[in-house]
Each structure stands twice: as C-alpha cells, then as structure tokens.
Design a protein around this ligand. Structure first.
Ligand code: PEP
Length: 265
C-alpha cells in the first residue's frame, strides 16, 4: 500500500500539436492543489515529453511505453534510458491498447525488466476482456470472478516472470487493474468488484513475487463522478485515467478527490 494515492493521466495519442500539449499541461498543472498529498503523473505522447516537463512542476512525468533494449538498431523504438534522461519517472507498460496490437506477455516481461533496470517505475496494466470476466444472466452481465482471476493470474505470472529486484521495501512496480470492457467506454467496473480483483492481485504479488507493500491502481472510465467510489477503499492505491485526463478541469476535480481521499487515511 502507498502512503499517498497515485493518479496517472494517460493522454494516449492526444493532443495533435505541441501547442495544444503545452496548454493542456499548463491547465493541468494549474488544477493540481498546492497542498498536494497525492502523487500525480502525466503521461503525454513521446514527442511532447520535453515540452510537458518544462510546464509541470507539481506532477511527475510518465511515458506510455518503452523498449527492452537500451540503444542500437531498433528503428522507431524508445529506450528506457532515453526516457530517464528526459525526466521521466514512470512508464506505462502493457496497456491493453498495445496488447491489442500484438504486444505479448513475453515482450511486456522484457520491458518491465528494462524499465526497472533504468531506474524507472513501470505501471504494468493487466485486465481481462469481457468474455473472460463477465457472464450473461437474465438480468444482464455478472462478474465471473473465477474466470477473471485466472486470466489476471496468468498475465501477472508471465509479465513478472523472473523479474529481479521486486521484493524491495518501497514498491518499485505499480500494477493497474483495467478490465478491458471498462476502458474508454464510459462504463466503469463496480467499485466493489474492482476491489475484489485488486485484493486478489495484491495477494498474488505477495505470495508469488514477495511484494509485500504493493501498489495497485484501478483504471477504466474513471471520472469526477465516480472517482470517490473507487478511491474510498484503502486497498485501491489510485487511478489510471485516460479520457478524463484530456479535460484539465475534469482531471483537476479527480485530483482533488484523490487528495482528499488521501487526507482521511
Ligand atoms: C486508460 O487509458 O488506461 C483508461 C483507463 O482510459 P479511460 O479512463 O478513458 O477508460
């Protein structure tokens, strides 16, 4: 568990110009309370990292992906060292949108190892597709925990296989639980269901990988209306926010909620 909650803004492939990225970063920075008790991370696309870095003072810089080698003939890739040298602290690894394009657990495993080796904090995204986590009933869909847990266990076992140095006192890896059907759909998971899954993930991290004080976030259609219902649980260490982070005012409301959730802990 974290002693402060973590909130990560994943801008995905937005906005379209550096000018727009700078104004979004400035607006976002303005919306972060001075008395910040949470950790805020902003993850713009690679071409906007440098510009965002100049503007954000109260937040940390994140990247949305990296590669598992450090230099050489790898056209189009970005190494963890390059990110580290650009002021990045966190890297989102294994987002379902990348897995959908063919990124495998084996690739993710290598990225996690390299990210840690470079001294960066990976945010490993895991999450099951609807057909592996929901069962249709007469009243709609209900959660099939057994299927979902098997899916997530399998992802964690492959993604974190033989990763060195996981059992540190301060957690150097973050997991984001993001059920795929909840991402970008406006249909978030039920907070109590994601709590069950996050407890399960923490159990695996502890029993299988020796990570005692793990950090696990929820992601999937988080907005200012629903953030509190997730963040009220002390086991949910924060949120990964996609769409809502592109609206600085909306994101700011979420940050304030996270900050207050922190204060009552
Ligand atoms: C995400 O990008 O990981 C995400 C959770 O997106 P959204 O908040 O838009 O569902």
């Amino acid at each position: 568990m974290l002693n402060k909650k973590l909130i990560v803004a994943n801008w995905k492939m937005n906005p379209e110009s550096v000018t727009d990225a700078i104004s979004l970063a400035k607006e976002t920075e303005k919306g972060i309370p001075k008395s910040l008790k949470a950790e805020v991370v902003i993850a713009p696309p690679f071409p906007f990292l440098a510009a965002a870095k100049k503007v954000i003072k109260r937040a940390e810089l994140g990247a949305q992906d990296d590669f598992w080698e450090f230099k050489g003939a790898r056209t189009g890739e970005v190494s963890p060292t390059m990110l580290k040298n650009s002021g990045v602290k966190y890297v989102i690894v294994g987002h379902s949108e990348r897995r959908a394009l063919g990124e495998t657990d084996e690739m993710i495993n290598k990225k996690i190892e390299a990210t840690l080796k470079a001294g960066l904090k990976p945010i490993l995204c895991v999450g099951e597709p609807s057909e592996r986590g929901l069962t249709r009933t007469l009243r709609g869909f209900t959660r099939n925990y057994e299927m979902a847990k098997n899916y997530i266990r399998n992802q964690l076992e492959k993604d974190l296989k033989n990763i060195s140095n996981l059992k540190r006192r301060t957690s150097n890896i973050i997991v984001a639980y993001e059920p795929i059907w909840a991402i970008g759909t406006g249909k978030p998971d039920k907070p109590e269901d994601s709590l069950e899954m996050i407890r399960f993930i923490k159990g695996i991290l502890s029993s299988k990988f020796g990570v005692r004080s793990s950090i696990v976030l929820y992601g999937g259609s988080v907005n200012s209306q629903n953030a509190r219902s997730f963040l009220q649980y002390k086991e949910i260490d924060g949120a990964l926010v996609g769409g809502a982070s592109l609206n600085a005012k909306e994101f700011s409301k979420i940050v304030v909620i996270v900050n207050n959730a922190n204060a009552v802990k």
